[in-house]
Design a protein around this ligand. Structure first.
Ligand code: URA
Length: 232
Protein backbone atom coordinates (compact mmCIF):
# COMPACT_ATOMS: atom_id res chain seq x y z
CA UNK A 1 0.00 0.00 0.00
CA UNK A 2 1.25 3.47 -0.83
CA UNK A 3 -0.05 7.00 -0.37
CA UNK A 4 -1.79 8.29 -3.48
CA UNK A 5 0.31 11.49 -3.52
CA UNK A 6 3.54 9.43 -3.47
CA UNK A 7 2.17 7.06 -6.13
CA UNK A 8 1.43 9.98 -8.46
CA UNK A 9 4.75 11.73 -7.74
CA UNK A 10 6.67 8.56 -8.62
CA UNK A 11 4.74 8.29 -11.87
CA UNK A 12 5.80 11.72 -13.03
CA UNK A 13 2.90 13.89 -11.93
CA UNK A 14 5.20 16.41 -10.25
CA UNK A 15 6.10 17.22 -6.66
CA UNK A 16 3.89 16.27 -3.73
CA UNK A 17 2.56 19.88 -3.78
CA UNK A 18 1.68 19.67 -7.49
CA UNK A 19 -0.01 16.32 -6.90
CA UNK A 20 -1.97 17.79 -3.98
CA UNK A 21 -3.32 20.43 -6.34
CA UNK A 22 -4.48 17.76 -8.82
CA UNK A 23 -6.32 16.06 -5.95
CA UNK A 24 -7.74 19.35 -4.74
CA UNK A 25 -8.99 20.06 -8.28
CA UNK A 26 -10.81 16.68 -8.16
CA UNK A 27 -8.88 15.29 -11.11
CA UNK A 28 -7.73 12.09 -9.41
CA UNK A 29 -9.88 8.95 -9.34
CA UNK A 30 -9.14 5.58 -7.73
CA UNK A 31 -11.33 2.64 -8.78
CA UNK A 32 -13.83 5.11 -10.22
CA UNK A 33 -14.13 7.29 -7.11
CA UNK A 34 -12.85 10.83 -6.83
CA UNK A 35 -10.05 11.24 -4.28
CA UNK A 36 -10.15 14.16 -1.84
CA UNK A 37 -7.38 13.22 0.61
CA UNK A 38 -3.72 13.05 -0.59
CA UNK A 39 -2.91 10.85 2.44
CA UNK A 40 -5.21 8.05 1.35
CA UNK A 41 -3.42 4.72 0.71
CA UNK A 42 -3.95 2.57 -2.36
CA UNK A 43 -2.77 -0.89 -3.38
CA UNK A 44 -0.38 0.21 -6.11
CA UNK A 45 -0.44 -3.20 -7.82
CA UNK A 46 -4.23 -3.39 -8.15
CA UNK A 47 -5.79 0.07 -7.93
CA UNK A 48 -7.12 1.64 -11.12
CA UNK A 49 -5.80 5.16 -10.92
CA UNK A 50 -6.91 7.89 -13.32
CA UNK A 51 -5.67 11.46 -13.59
CA UNK A 52 -7.68 13.87 -15.68
CA UNK A 53 -9.33 10.94 -17.47
CA UNK A 54 -6.03 9.15 -18.23
CA UNK A 55 -5.17 5.79 -16.69
CA UNK A 56 -1.87 5.59 -14.79
CA UNK A 57 -0.13 2.25 -15.31
CA UNK A 58 1.85 0.98 -12.33
CA UNK A 59 5.56 1.39 -13.07
CA UNK A 60 7.61 1.43 -9.91
CA UNK A 61 10.99 1.83 -11.59
CA UNK A 62 12.52 4.32 -13.99
CA UNK A 63 15.73 3.86 -15.98
CA UNK A 64 17.82 6.45 -17.82
CA UNK A 65 21.11 6.09 -19.67
CA UNK A 66 23.24 9.20 -19.15
CA UNK A 67 26.36 10.17 -21.09
CA UNK A 68 28.22 11.68 -18.16
CA UNK A 69 30.38 14.67 -19.02
CA UNK A 70 33.53 15.64 -17.11
CA UNK A 71 33.13 17.81 -14.01
CA UNK A 72 30.14 16.03 -12.42
CA UNK A 73 30.32 13.71 -9.43
CA UNK A 74 28.44 10.41 -9.30
CA UNK A 75 26.41 11.16 -6.19
CA UNK A 76 22.95 12.38 -5.27
CA UNK A 77 24.17 15.42 -3.36
CA UNK A 78 27.38 17.25 -2.53
CA UNK A 79 29.23 20.52 -2.93
CA UNK A 80 30.08 19.89 -6.59
CA UNK A 81 27.63 19.42 -9.45
CA UNK A 82 26.16 15.93 -9.37
CA UNK A 83 25.01 13.76 -12.25
CA UNK A 84 21.45 14.23 -11.01
CA UNK A 85 21.74 17.93 -11.88
CA UNK A 86 21.64 16.75 -15.51
CA UNK A 87 18.43 14.75 -15.11
CA UNK A 88 15.28 16.78 -15.58
CA UNK A 89 12.68 14.27 -14.49
CA UNK A 90 9.97 14.58 -11.87
CA UNK A 91 10.68 11.17 -10.34
CA UNK A 92 11.99 11.18 -6.77
CA UNK A 93 14.60 8.72 -5.47
CA UNK A 94 16.72 8.51 -8.63
CA UNK A 95 20.41 7.72 -8.09
CA UNK A 96 23.43 6.75 -10.21
CA UNK A 97 24.08 3.01 -10.35
CA UNK A 98 27.79 2.93 -9.59
CA UNK A 99 30.42 5.62 -9.75
CA UNK A 100 32.49 7.23 -12.43
CA UNK A 101 35.28 9.60 -11.36
CA UNK A 102 34.68 13.32 -11.79
CA UNK A 103 36.95 13.37 -14.88
CA UNK A 104 35.57 10.13 -16.37
CA UNK A 105 32.91 10.36 -19.08
CA UNK A 106 30.38 7.97 -20.56
CA UNK A 107 27.66 5.54 -19.70
CA UNK A 108 25.97 5.85 -16.33
CA UNK A 109 22.68 4.19 -15.47
CA UNK A 110 20.34 6.42 -13.47
CA UNK A 111 17.50 4.56 -11.78
CA UNK A 112 15.41 4.23 -8.63
CA UNK A 113 15.63 0.42 -8.70
CA UNK A 114 17.75 -0.28 -5.62
CA UNK A 115 17.67 -4.09 -5.72
CA UNK A 116 18.72 -4.13 -9.40
CA UNK A 117 21.54 -1.62 -8.79
CA UNK A 118 22.77 -3.80 -5.95
CA UNK A 119 22.92 -6.85 -8.21
CA UNK A 120 24.59 -4.98 -11.07
CA UNK A 121 27.30 -3.67 -8.74
CA UNK A 122 27.95 -6.87 -6.81
CA UNK A 123 31.24 -8.51 -7.93
CA UNK A 124 29.42 -11.83 -7.48
CA UNK A 125 27.50 -11.27 -10.71
CA UNK A 126 30.54 -10.40 -12.88
CA UNK A 127 28.65 -7.72 -14.81
CA UNK A 128 30.84 -6.53 -17.69
CA UNK A 129 31.89 -2.90 -17.85
CA UNK A 130 33.77 -1.80 -20.94
CA UNK A 131 35.91 1.33 -21.01
CA UNK A 132 37.61 3.22 -23.80
CA UNK A 133 41.02 4.22 -22.50
CA UNK A 134 43.64 6.62 -23.86
CA UNK A 135 47.07 6.24 -22.29
CA UNK A 136 50.30 8.25 -22.29
CA UNK A 137 52.64 5.65 -23.88
CA UNK A 138 52.34 3.25 -26.84
CA UNK A 139 50.46 0.08 -25.83
CA UNK A 140 52.38 -3.20 -25.97
CA UNK A 141 50.89 -6.56 -27.00
CA UNK A 142 52.12 -8.37 -23.88
CA UNK A 143 49.79 -6.20 -21.76
CA UNK A 144 46.92 -8.38 -22.99
CA UNK A 145 48.34 -11.35 -21.05
CA UNK A 146 49.08 -9.27 -17.98
CA UNK A 147 45.50 -8.04 -17.75
CA UNK A 148 44.21 -11.57 -18.47
CA UNK A 149 46.21 -12.95 -15.52
CA UNK A 150 44.77 -10.37 -13.12
CA UNK A 151 46.60 -7.23 -12.00
CA UNK A 152 47.68 -7.08 -8.36
CA UNK A 153 47.03 -3.55 -7.08
CA UNK A 154 48.52 -4.15 -3.62
CA UNK A 155 48.87 -6.88 -0.98
CA UNK A 156 45.10 -7.01 -0.43
CA UNK A 157 43.69 -6.27 -3.87
CA UNK A 158 44.00 -8.63 -6.81
CA UNK A 159 41.89 -7.76 -9.85
CA UNK A 160 39.87 -10.41 -11.64
CA UNK A 161 41.00 -11.24 -15.20
CA UNK A 162 40.26 -8.36 -17.59
CA UNK A 163 40.11 -8.25 -21.38
CA UNK A 164 42.31 -5.72 -23.14
CA UNK A 165 41.60 -4.88 -26.79
CA UNK A 166 44.27 -2.68 -28.35
CA UNK A 167 42.76 -0.36 -30.97
CA UNK A 168 45.75 1.84 -31.80
CA UNK A 169 49.07 2.95 -30.27
CA UNK A 170 47.45 4.91 -27.46
CA UNK A 171 43.85 3.73 -27.45
CA UNK A 172 42.33 0.51 -26.15
CA UNK A 173 39.19 -0.98 -24.65
CA UNK A 174 39.34 -2.71 -21.28
CA UNK A 175 36.55 -4.99 -20.03
CA UNK A 176 36.35 -5.50 -16.26
CA UNK A 177 33.81 -7.44 -14.18
CA UNK A 178 34.09 -5.71 -10.79
CA UNK A 179 34.35 -2.13 -9.58
CA UNK A 180 37.22 -1.29 -7.28
CA UNK A 181 38.02 2.33 -6.38
CA UNK A 182 39.69 4.07 -9.39
CA UNK A 183 40.19 0.58 -10.77
CA UNK A 184 41.13 1.29 -14.38
CA UNK A 185 43.52 4.11 -13.54
CA UNK A 186 45.22 2.02 -10.86
CA UNK A 187 45.47 -1.06 -13.12
CA UNK A 188 47.24 0.93 -15.82
CA UNK A 189 49.46 2.63 -13.26
CA UNK A 190 50.61 -0.80 -12.11
CA UNK A 191 51.79 -1.69 -15.63
CA UNK A 192 53.55 1.65 -16.13
CA UNK A 193 50.94 3.76 -17.91
CA UNK A 194 48.95 6.85 -17.08
CA UNK A 195 45.33 7.08 -18.11
CA UNK A 196 44.79 10.33 -20.03
CA UNK A 197 41.12 9.86 -20.98
CA UNK A 198 38.59 7.40 -19.62
CA UNK A 199 35.12 6.80 -21.00
CA UNK A 200 32.71 3.99 -20.15
CA UNK A 201 31.09 2.68 -23.32
CA UNK A 202 29.15 -0.35 -22.06
CA UNK A 203 27.67 -1.88 -18.95
CA UNK A 204 26.22 -5.38 -19.40
CA UNK A 205 23.81 -5.03 -22.37
CA UNK A 206 23.69 -1.22 -22.25
CA UNK A 207 25.78 0.40 -24.96
CA UNK A 208 26.58 4.10 -25.21
CA UNK A 209 25.74 5.29 -28.70
CA UNK A 210 27.75 8.11 -30.36
CA UNK A 211 24.56 10.10 -30.95
CA UNK A 212 23.96 10.53 -27.21
CA UNK A 213 25.93 13.71 -26.55
CA UNK A 214 27.79 14.30 -23.27
CA UNK A 215 25.40 15.72 -20.68
CA UNK A 216 22.31 14.22 -22.33
CA UNK A 217 20.37 11.09 -21.49
CA UNK A 218 17.60 8.84 -22.77
CA UNK A 219 15.11 6.34 -21.37
CA UNK A 220 16.04 2.68 -21.63
CA UNK A 221 13.94 0.65 -24.06
CA UNK A 222 11.67 -2.15 -22.78
CA UNK A 223 14.04 -4.72 -24.31
CA UNK A 224 17.05 -3.17 -22.57
CA UNK A 225 15.24 -3.20 -19.22
CA UNK A 226 14.25 -6.86 -19.61
CA UNK A 227 17.80 -7.96 -20.46
CA UNK A 228 19.34 -5.79 -17.74
CA UNK A 229 17.21 -7.62 -15.16
CA UNK A 230 18.33 -11.07 -16.32
CA UNK A 231 21.14 -12.70 -14.35
CA UNK A 232 22.66 -16.16 -14.72
N1 URA B 1 38.00 3.18 -13.15
C1 URA B 1 38.55 4.38 -12.85
O1 URA B 1 39.74 4.48 -12.56
N2 URA B 1 37.74 5.44 -12.87
C2 URA B 1 36.43 5.40 -13.21
O2 URA B 1 35.75 6.42 -13.24
C3 URA B 1 35.89 4.14 -13.52
C4 URA B 1 36.70 3.03 -13.48
Amino acid sequence: MIRIDKFLAMHGYGSRAQVKKLIHDQLVFVDGEVIKDPKIKVDETKAEVEVNGKQVTYEPYQYFLLNKPKGYISATSGNALTVLDLIEEPYPDLFPCGRLDKDTTGLLLITNNGPLAHRLLSPKHHVEKEYEVIVDLPLKEDLIQEFKKGIRLNAEELCQPADLIILSDYMCHLIIREGKFHQIKRMFQKVGYEVIELKRVRMKNLVLEDSLLPGTYRKLTKEEITELNQFE
